[in-house]
Design a protein around this ligand. Structure first.
Ligand code: NAX
Ligand code: ADP
Ligand code: K
Length: 505
């Protein structure tokens, strides 16, 4: 068993592949072996997390997730802890494994009650064994609003003791990181005590994206002594491989990035030059050899006084076929006029923000984007946030967020390019590749301009010559890592982020 921290490329398996793996792993073993291993692992972690617990409340649901909780209850009780179990299963209708563990817990003398013990405190522990991966398969069903499971789930979530979830936080869909219909916590009802999740047999994608990161808290993993030979549904995006710059290199070795964006104040009364500046500065600080800045503003400045390394260029003076172009940041409506030429000629291209919005409502631009995949010397990455992704897919933000992995893959396949679907647990996808979920980053990035910084970083990574998918994945990891390492007493603003980043290449 170990704690999951950003760095390695962990394999992620959704509920269907986990269930297949479970069946394959259980087949050669004596009955109940996996649940016994799960219960032991859970009890071990519970004791490590709450060594001074006076009371452990274990909320057990009707299926095998509840069975894991019952099995752990027996071990913790045998260790002399005051264990109280609320079991919502029915002896005649529960799965065989869970029934077996219920019998064992009863025989061991575990205390069963319908209500949580009074006065659970911060040194105590609540184990959430209500629902696991069985939820995904049955999500179309609903519990009636007066069902005891819903009341117990609310009590678990508002508990003052730390909560250790078994496999997945109950109610969260293991595949998507969204709550099942009717099972999302009401605003303001989740306690502030620490959250932990012990993922069993496999790591689930839903723990790392969407609502999953908040719900899961610290993620632990135990493989129950079973290997997972199935192809994963996704990878946790690993730390980039550090590359050393050879002494015999020069600025041309690290590529030229041109940022095109920044509609002028005079055009529609909305000045957005800052977004383009942020992307350009981020590209420079991420190691690009040279960075050109093309503002969509005839009256714009001729120099960035703060960052004089940036070279201002008119659009007509850009040799697109030799450049890595980052297009869209603050481009407003002005970027639309430049897109046909950019899509036709740019060697490597990152499309963000207003470039994506323009493409979403123009079939010709969409065709021009799709055509790039057939030109071997051209490479493209899109970096939409969920609303931009929804516009490109003709869907709603809720639909995108309900299936972040699928949405990113769908965009990648439709446009034949690499896609970064941003937000908590950004998803990276490319045609023919297993998608990745990024484990770095935090809500301090929820501030205007941090996406422009990311676009500049992807541009710098692409310009260094690495393949587009790796470039996007590396940049997303480093962008999030910078936010994770940001000093707590310093405000995280996009410009500071752009200028403090370590080189990518
Ligand atoms: N069988 C075993 O030996 C093992 C089981 N494991 C545990 O088993 C869990 C999966 O167990 P289950 O497949 O029994 O499922 P869960 O215990 O996750 O179950 C959900 C229960 O609620 C019901 N349910 C699910 N969604 C519903 C909905 N929308 N409306 C109404 N009822 C719904 C299901 O019928 C099931 O009884 C894993 O998450 C894991 O914790 C693991 O420990 C591995 C070993
Ligand atoms: N809560 C969060 N957790 C992790 N990353 C986040 C969070 N909120 C925002 N981000 C990241 O910050 C960036 C914001 O990008 P975007 O929405 O395009 O902002 P902007 O257009 O203002 O630059 C993305 O990389 C996104 O993944
Ligand atoms: K659970």
């Amino acid at each position: 068993m170990y704690r999951i921290t950003p760095g390695p490329a962990y394999a992620l398996h959704g509920s269907a592949s986990t269930q297949r793996l479970e069946a394959a792993a259980a087949a050669p073993l004596p009955l109940h072996t996996l649940m016994r291993r799960a219960g032991l692992a859970l009890a071990k972690l519970a004791r490590a997390l709450a060594p001074h617990a006076r009371t452990v409340w274990i909320a057990c649901g009707p299926g095998n997730n509840g069975g894991d909780g019952l099995e752990a209850a027996m071990h913790l009780h045998q260790h002399g802890l005051a264990v109280v179990v609320t079991w919502l299963g029915e002896p005649l209708h529960c799965p065989k494994d869970a029934h077996h563990s219920w019998m064992r817990a009863q025989a061991a003398g575990v205390c069963f009650t319908s209500q949580p013990p009074a006065a659970l405190g911060p040194q105590d522990l609540c184990i959430d064994a209500l629902l696991g991966v069985g939820l995904s398969a049955n999500a179309q069903r609903r519990w009636p609003s007066n069902h005891p499971l819903l009341a117990t789930l609310a009590q678990v979530r508002s508990c003052a003791a730390p909560v250790l979830a078994v496999d997945v936080p109950s109610g969260l869909l293991a595949d998507s990181g969204q709550f099942a219909p009717g099972l999302a916590p009401a605003p303001g009802t989740v306690g502030t005590s620490p959250r932990h999740t012990l993922s069993l047999l496999t790591l689930k994608p839903g723990l790392f994206t969407g609502a999953g990161r908040d719900a899961a808290g610290t993620v632990w993993f135990d493989d129950l002594d079973c290997s997972a030979p199935e192809t994963p549904d996704a990878w946790l995006n690993p730390h980039p491989v550090t590359s050393i710059r050879p002494h015999a290199s020069h600025k041309g070795s690290y590529g030229d990035v041109a940022v095109i964006g920044g509609e002028g104040l005079g055009q529609r009364g909305m000045g957005m030059g800052g977004a383009a500046l942020l992307a350009a500065r981020a590209a420079l600080h991420s190691g690009a050899g040279r960075v050109l800045l093309c503002l969509c503003d005839e009256t714009g400045p001729g120099i960035d006084i703060v960052q004089p390394e940036l070279m201002l260029r008119h659009f007509a003076a850009l040799h697109l076929e030799q450049l890595t172009v980052v297009a869209g940041c603050g481009g407003g409506e002005a970027i639309r006029a430049m897109l046909p030429q950019v899509l036709a000629d740019a060697a490597r291209l990152v499309l963000d923000a207003d470039a994506l919005n323009a493409i979403a409502c123009d079939a010709q631009l969409q065709q021009a984007l799709q055509a790039r995949q057939h030109r071997p010397h051209q490479h493209t990455a899109l970096t939409p946030h969920p609303l931009e992704a929804a516009r490109l897919l003709g869907a709603s933000v809720e639909q995108v967020q309900a299936q972040r992995l699928e949405a990113a893959l769908q965009l990648a396949q439709r446009f034949g390019c690499v896609v970064v679907l941003k937000g908590s647990g950004s998803v990276m996808a490319a045609p023919g590749q297993i998608p990745r979920i990024n484990p770095t980053g935090n809500a301090r990035l929820a501030s205007a301009g941090t996406g422009d910084v990311l676009a500049g970083m992807v541009g710098a990574a692409l310009a260094s010559g690495i393949d587009t998918y790796t470039a996007a994945c590396n940049a997303v990891f480093t962008h999030g890592e910078a936010a994770d390492q940001w000093p707590h007493d310093l405000p995280l603003t996009a410009n500071a982020l752009a200028c403090r980043l370590l080189p990518l290449a």
